[in-house]
Design a protein around this ligand. Structure first.
Ligand SMILES: [Zn+2]
Length: 441
C-alpha cells in the first residue's frame, strides 16, 4: 500500500499539464515542454523526458501540430517504465486525465461548405460590419471561437473569402472585392449560413465601424538580411544560379515597399560581399530593430528537381528532421561548434520571443502566398516551421528566415530570377509584416 501511495504521488508529480485555456497559453506551454525535453535529453533524465513528451503531445494535439514523433518516443519510453512498475507493484496507475477535453474543443468552428458559406459556430453573438477602403469588405466576427488554420478562397465574380483567427478569442470572416456586393446571413442553432449576391447597386449599411489598433510604422525598425554574399554564394541551383544574387534583389524590393509604407529599414548588405553570421544579428541588435527578416533560397536534397515551394522558419528547438536538414545547410559557416552545443544555446532562448517569431512567420507566409497567387499558378505552401537557424540566434527581436523557393526546381528557380516574381514576393512579405504589426502593435 505504501508503494501504491508513493506511485500515486509520483504520477501526480510527473503529470504534465498543458494550459489549454487559449491558443496562446498552449503555445507557451508547448515551447516550455520543448525546452524541458531538450534539457532532459542532454541530462539523460528519463523521468523528465517522459514528462516533457506528455506535455508536448497534449499541447501539440490541442494546437493541431503533428506530434507523431513525440508520441512514438513516448510510447517506447513508457513501455520501459511500465515494465519497471510491474516489478514494483501490480496495482494500476490511476487515470488522472482531465475530463473536460470535449468542452475545450467545442470552441472550434466547423465548416461545411464555402459557397454558400455554412458553418457551425460556438455561440450566437456575431458582429457584422462593412468597410469601404480601396476595396469593398464585409466582415463578420465570431467571438469566443477558434479556427485550426486560416482559409483563403476565391469565389465567383471576383469576390474573395478569408477566414482566420483575428485575435485570441475571435475568428474573423472577411469577404472582399473591387466591386460592390452584398451578403445575407442566417443564424439558427449555431449554424451560420452566408450567401453572397454580386454585384449590386446598394450595400448594407455599416453597423459597426472597424477600430484598427493604432500603430505608427515610422516608429518601427526592420532589418532585412539577404543571405550569404561575396565568397559565400549560398545555394547554387540549375543553370548555376546563385542564391546570393536572387536574395539581394528580393531584399532590395522589400526595402522599397517597407520604406514606402513608412518603416525604417536597413539591409545587412546592399551589394555582393561577405558578412559573417554573427555580425548580421549584431547589426540588428545595434539598430534596435523590431523585426529581423532573413531571406534565402532553398536547395533540395540530392538536387531533386521536383521539390518546390515556400517555407518560413522561426527560431525554435526542433526535432523535425527536414527542418534540421535545412538548418544545417544554412548553418554550414559555423565551425568549431557541434550540433549538440548549438542546441544547448537554443535551450536558453526567450520563449516569448519565439512565440512572436512564430506569429510573424505565419503572417509573412500568408502574405507571400496571397501575393504570388494573384499572378502565378504552381505556388506551393510548405508551411511555417520551427528551426534552429544560427543566423536567428542572438537577435533580441522576433526573427524569421524565409526560404523563398527552390533553386533546384526548374520553374521556381527561373521565377526567382525574374523581377516580376521578386517584386510580388517582396510585396507579400511587406503585407505580412504590416498584418503582424496591426495585430501586435
Ligand atoms: Zn541560404
Amino acid at each position: 500500500m505504501k508503494k501504491f501511495i508513493l506511485l500515486l504521488f509520483a504520477s501526480f508529480l510527473f503529470a504534465s499539464v498543458c494550459n489549454k485555456s487559449s491558443i496562446n497559453s498552449a503555445y507557451k506551454d508547448y515551447y516550455k515542454f520543448q525546452q524541458q525535453y531538450i534539457s532532459a535529453i542532454l541530462d539523460n533524465d528519463k523521468q523528465n523526458e517522459i514528462k516533457a513528451l506528455k506535455g508536448l503531445v497534449e499541447c501539440g494535439e490541442f494546437l493541431k501540430f503533428n506530434v507523431s514523433d513525440y508520441k512514438q518516443k513516448l510510447s517506447k519510453l513508457t513501455k520501459k517504465q511500465k515494465l519497471k512498475t510491474k516489478i514494483n507493484t501490480s496495482k494500476a496507475k490511476p487515470d488522472i486525465t482531465p475530463s473536460n477535453k470535449h468542452e475545450k474543443f467545442s470552441k472550434y468552428i466547423k465548416i461545411y461548405s464555402y459557397n454558400p458559406l455554412k458553418l457551425k459556430i460556438p455561440n450566437n453573438n456575431i458582429r457584422f460590419f462593412t468597410i469601404k477602403t480601396k476595396i469593398y469588405k464585409k466582415i463578420i466576427d465570431l467571438p469566443n471561437a477558434i479556427i485550426h488554420k486560416a482559409i483563403s478562397k476565391k469565389l465567383n465574380n471576383g469576390i474573395y473569402l478569408k477566414i482566420a483567427q483575428f485575435n485570441k478569442k475571435t475568428v474573423r470572416i472577411v469577404y472582399y472585392s473591387k466591386n460592390k456586393f452584398t451578403i445575407r446571413y442566417t443564424l439558427k442553432n449555431h449554424i451560420l449560413t452566408i450567401t453572397v449576391n454580386s454585384p449590386k447597386k446598394h450595400t448594407i449599411k455599416s453597423v459597426l465601424a472597424q477600430k484598427p489598433k493604432a500603430y505608427k510604422p515610422k516608429s518601427k525598425v526592420i532589418v532585412i538580411d539577404p543571405g550569404h554574399g561575396g565568397k559565400d554564394a549560398g545555394g547554387v541551383g540549375i543553370k548555376n544560379r546563385y542564391e546570393k544574387i536572387a536574395v539581394l534583389q528580393i531584399s532590395k524590393y522589400l526595402k522599397n515597399y517597407l520604406t514606402k509604407k513608412g518603416y525604417t529599414v536597413y539591409l545587412t548588405r546592399n551589394s555582393d560581399y561577405f558578412i559573417p553570421l554573427k555580425k548580421r544579428t549584431h547589426f540588428a541588435n545595434l539598430k534596435k530593430a523590431d523585426l529581423f527578416i532573413s531571406i534565402h533560397c532553398n536547395i533540395a536534397p540530392k538536387h531533386n528537381r521536383r521539390i518546390h515551394g515556400i517555407e518560413t522558419y522561426f527560431l525554435s528547438p526542433t526535432r523535425n528532421e527536414r527542418a534540421i536538414a535545412v538548418a544545417r545547410l544554412e548553418n554550414k559557416e559555423i565551425k568549431g561548434l557541434n550540433y549538440l552545443d548549438q542546441r544547448v544555446i537554443l535551450n536558453f532562448l526567450n520563449r516569448d520571443r519565439m512565440i512572436d517569431s512564430n506569429k510573424l512567420a505565419i503572417d509573412i507566409q500568408q502574405g507571400m502566398l496571397s501575393s504570388l497567387k494573384t499572378k502565378y499558378n504552381y505556388v506551393r505552401d510548405n508551411g511555417v516551421r520551427p528551426a534552429p537557424f544560427w543566423v536567428l540566434v542572438g537577435t533580441q527581436m522576433p526573427a524569421i528566415l524565409i526560404e523563398t523557393g527552390y533553386l533546384t526546381n526548374p520553374i521556381e528557380s527561373s521565377r526567382l530570377f525574374t523581377s516580376k516574381y521578386q517584386r510580388l514576393l517582396a510585396k507579400g512579405i511587406a503585407e505580412g509584416i504590416e498584418n503582424y504589426f496591426r495585430k501586435n502593435p
